[in-house]
Design a protein around this ligand. Structure first.
Ligand code: ZN
Length: 255
């Protein structure tokens, strides 16, 4: 072979190698558009040990901004993550520890009611009716335990975070964890005593939507749906599902 041909083969092989690295790198980008939010996540957010078989996506629920996003014309007010549970029902563990004196029964009842709200909208038994209470369960540990806990998240605009782990192959959800930011005052906004709290059942219903495979919706035309990406103190409208939330759920788990 001539030197010229050898050089050409070398150049082609190098180009192919570089191209395949680029292609494989692009395949590990999260499947939803929250990647940019992940990039904004504080550096001290939990670091997960490398597990090459699993992919993780974080949904960060923000306080409604002063100037909301421009209205996006859309007919569809739900968005699927493209991953779902294959083994049902989904079990979960609640750590009721909170700095605000909310009782265990208040916290567990708000979360269980949120889970049941999704459950009744599909014929599948989606969430186990029997949850566990574990005072040491923590958000952000990849251990195949679906943990729901309060903790400090170092951003005053972040109400809650749901992390979802799923298999790269098969796109099966294998775990979710939820964090409810203790920088907010949590409670029951339908209570006559104090309506200006962050309603746990309201946010819980939204976050559990992520746990079963629904993404956030940011269009202002869809601001009434449970999966709308912003909330504020006193809001309770996410406690009940709207038709787009139900449609999205049923696309994954059946009517
Ligand atoms: Zn969300």
């Amino acid at each position: 072979m001539s030197t010229k041909l050898n050089t050409m083969i070398f150049v082609l092989a190098t180009a192919f190698f570089v191209l395949s690295v680029i292609v494989s790198a692009s395949m590990i980008i999260p499947v939803n558009d929250n990647a940019k939010e992940n990039a904004n996540a504080p550096e001290n957010s939990p670091v997960i040990g490398t597990n090459w078989d699993l992919e993780r996506v974080d949904f960060i629920h923000y306080v409604k901004p002063e100037t909301p996003a421009k209205p996006v014309k859309t007919d569809v007010c739900y968005k699927l993550m493209g991953v779902k549970w294959s083994s049902l029902p989904v079990n979960y563990v609640i750590n009721p520890t909170n700095p605000q004196g909310l009782t265990e029964s208040f916290v567990t009842s708000a979360i269980a009611t949120s889970a049941e709200t999704w459950d009744v909208s599909t014929s599948k038994e989606l969430f186990n009716n029997f949850y566990l209470v574990n005072y040491s369960a923590k958000y952000g540990v990849q251990n195949f335990q679906n943990a729901i806990a309060f903790d400090d998240y170092p951003n005053n605009d972040v109400i809650a975070v749901t992390s979802v782990w799923f298999t790269r192959v098969g796109k099966q959800i294998v775990e979710f964890d939820q964090l409810y930011n203790t920088r907010f005052v949590w409670g029951d906004s339908t209570s006559v005593i104090n309506q200006t709290v962050m309603d746990l059942q309201n946010i819980g219903t939204h976050e559990l939507g992520h746990s079963v495979g629904l993404s956030d919706i940011y269009s202002t035309a869809c601001s009434a749906v449970t999966m709308h990406g912003y909330s504020g103190y006193g809001e309770t409208q996410k406690r009940t599902l709207e038709q787009p939330d139900i449609t999205g759920l049923q696309k994954m788990y059946g009517v």
